[in-house]
Write a protein that binds this ligand. Structure first.
Ligand SMILES: Cc1cc2nc3c(=O)[nH]c(=O)nc-3n(C[C@H](O)[C@H](O)[C@H](O)COP(=O)(O)OP(=O)(O)OC[C@H]3O[C@@H](n4cnc5c(N)ncnc54)[C@H](O)[C@@H]3O)c2cc1C
Ligand code: FES
Ligand code: FES
Length: 496
């Protein structure tokens, strides 16, 4: 399709002359006068701009997803249904509440969850998603649902109480009943306006053709990283190729003792898939951004930014992952520890995409855990992250040690000296201490506002010690529901 086409609050809209890097937020406010959707930070941190988008998950089901409209470029909603807070008013409820408002709005009002009201529409849209979720069965999941929405006035207790009322209530209303009709259509797009080009190929043949014609085009996945160039640096990006239309890249599958994780899978899809299959990945993504970010950010985008503090790289390095790179000639495989070639550089050649990551299944004999250390638990960037994998033989000697870190070097990196200190040794505190000492020869971290070099070095060694402690009894421990430290366990009672 040559023009933008999406459904906004129940009406199909076509646009032909807007810059493709117009964010949905600016479009709603400036072009549509829909000022219910607010702008706070314009960088995905505050949630004031939250809207709901109908997305089809890997199970084929369509669900409403809370998403930050400030990071969503208009072509990213091609063929999709978008709801803003303005759509919520009107008969929708079967909860016996005020018929004119959505249960999320009623619950917020009743709980006194709003004062100045600036954050309220965004919070209501996050609660809107929660209303139709069927998996909000534990108290911590409510925190996780809400952590992408900041409020400066009210205090979070009434907001959380309001969320508790509606979360998982799944009323039979026009929003749940309309979901089938809101299943996303084709995203295929070849759009040019304001001197910019944005294409969304629906097949690899179309992708290669686009790259032949426009070799200088940049890829975009969920846009949670790239859109910041638009909203923060006011960059005019002349040519973008979205990979979102390539269904094959979204597949998460298990074959022959290995998992293939498609680069287009979102972090929330990955979180669901890895819960029981790859607990160390699940544990790392628990505190990855907030729900709105997890719904858009992709595995491929996280690895291809090659950020030294990207959270997925260390855990995938520790699991011995292989990058599957695809170009016109087919696929090639690169061990992930050779994928990051320098600061924000990867082994991808021109006209190649990261198609997937292959991760071997973790044997029952292996210990595998990941850790994220940041200044704040929710919605923060890592200061240091680490992920460890240690396997032992029948005699308790270490046969494989992969110790990977983020935030310790220019790229996510394995601690090869520490690994060498472990392999062949019995898995004991003495061997562990030798490895922890060797970390100082593996890394010369930098000091910045997140942490000094000595702090990072100490944390890196201590995380290894924590790993030893934590895997004494359970080889692949999951993170406790509510925990006060990186390494701790306690259980909590289910909701309701
Ligand atoms: C508020 C906020 C919180 C965040 N929190 C975290 C966090 O806790 N942990 C963390 O690690 N990151 C975090 N991020 C960073 C970002 O969300 C993640 O890195 C995310 O996974 C990026 O994925 P994306 O699809 O949105 O990338 P995009 O922005 O779409 O792309 C990023 C880069 O990767 C390239 N690219 C994307 N996919 C491919 C592909 N398949 N092949 C080749 N190149 C590709 C693009 O060309 C672009 O250069 C956060 C970002 C924000 C805004
Ligand atoms: S404006 Fe703050 S998250 Fe979008
Ligand atoms: S009510 Fe004022 S910011 Fe939340």
């Amino acid at each position: 399709m040559k023009h933008l086409r999406f459904n906004l609050n129940g009406t199909w809209i076509e646009e032909r002359d807007l810059s493709p890097t117009t964010t949905l937020l600016r479009y709603l406010r400036d072009r549509r006068g829909m000022t219910g959707t607010k702008e706070g930070c314009a960088e995905g941190d505050c949630g004031a701009c939250t809207v709901a988008v109908a997305e089809r998950g890997p199970d084929g089901k369509t669900s409403w997803r809370a998403i930050n409209s400030c990071l969503l470029l208009l072509p990213m909603v091609q063929g999709k249904h978008v709801l803003t807070v303005e759509a919520l008013k009107g008969p929708s409820t079967s909860l016996g509440m005020n018929e004119d408002y959505h249960p999320a709005q009623v619950a917020m009002a009743k709980a006194l969850g709003s004062q100045c009201g600036y954050c309220t529409p965004g919070i209501v849209m996050t609660m809107f998603e929660a209303t139709y979720r069927t998996d909000l069965d534990a108290p911590w999941k409510l925190d996780d649902q809400l952590c992408g929405n900041l409020c400066r006035c009210t205090g979070y207790r009434p907001i959380r109480e309001a969320a508790d009322v509606v979360a998982g209530s799944c009323p039979k209303d026009r929003f749940s009943e309309g979901l089938q009709a809101a299943t996303p259509g084709s995203m295929a797009l070849e759009y040019e306006a304001a001197g910019q080009r944005f294409t969304t190929p629906a097949s690899f043949d179309d992708l290669w053709a686009e790259l032949d014609a426009h070799p200088d085009a940049r890829f975009v996945g969920g846009g949670t990283d790239l859109s910041l160039e638009v909203t923060k640096r006011f960059a005019v990006l002349p040519k973008l190729v979205s990979l979102e239309g390539l269904a094959e890249l979204k597949t998460l599958s298990e074959t022959g003792g290995a998992f293939r994780l498609g680069s287009g899978a979102t972090i929330s899809e990955l979180e669901d898939f890895c819960r029981t299959r790859l607990p160390s990945i699940h544990r790392m993504v628990r505190y990855f951004g907030a729900r709105q970010i997890k719904h858009r950010g992709t595995l491929g985008g996280n690895l291809c930014t090659a950020s030294p503090i990207g959270d997925l790289a260390p855990v995938l390095l520790s699991l011995g992952a292989t990058a599957i790179i695809r170009g016109r000639a087919g696929e090639r495989r690169v061990p992930l520890d050779q994928f990051f070639t320098g600061y924000r550089k990867t082994a991808l050649a021109a006209k190649e995409v990261l198609a997937a990551v292959e991760v071997p299944a973790v044997p029952a004999t292996a210990r595998a855990v990941s850790y994220k250390v940041s200044k704040r638990r929710e919605l923060d960037i890592s200061t240091v992250s680490a992920a460890f994998y240690v396997d032992t033989d029948g005699a308790g000697r270490v046969t494989v040690a992969r110790l990977a870190y983020g935030g310790m070097a220019a790229t996510p990196k394995r601690a090869s000296a520490a690994e060498a200190a472990l392999v062949g040794q019995p898995w004991t505190e003495a061997a562990l201490e030798a490895a922890a000492r060797a970390i100082s020869t593996d890394f010369t971290p930098m000091s910045d506002h997140r942490g000094s070099a000595p702090y990072r070095s100490l944390v890196a060694a201590n995380l290894l010690r924590g790993f030893f402690e934590e895997t004494r009894d359970v080889k692949q421990p999951v993170l406790a529901a509510r925990h006060a430290a990186t390494v701790q366990s306690s259980e909590e009672v289910p909701r309701g």
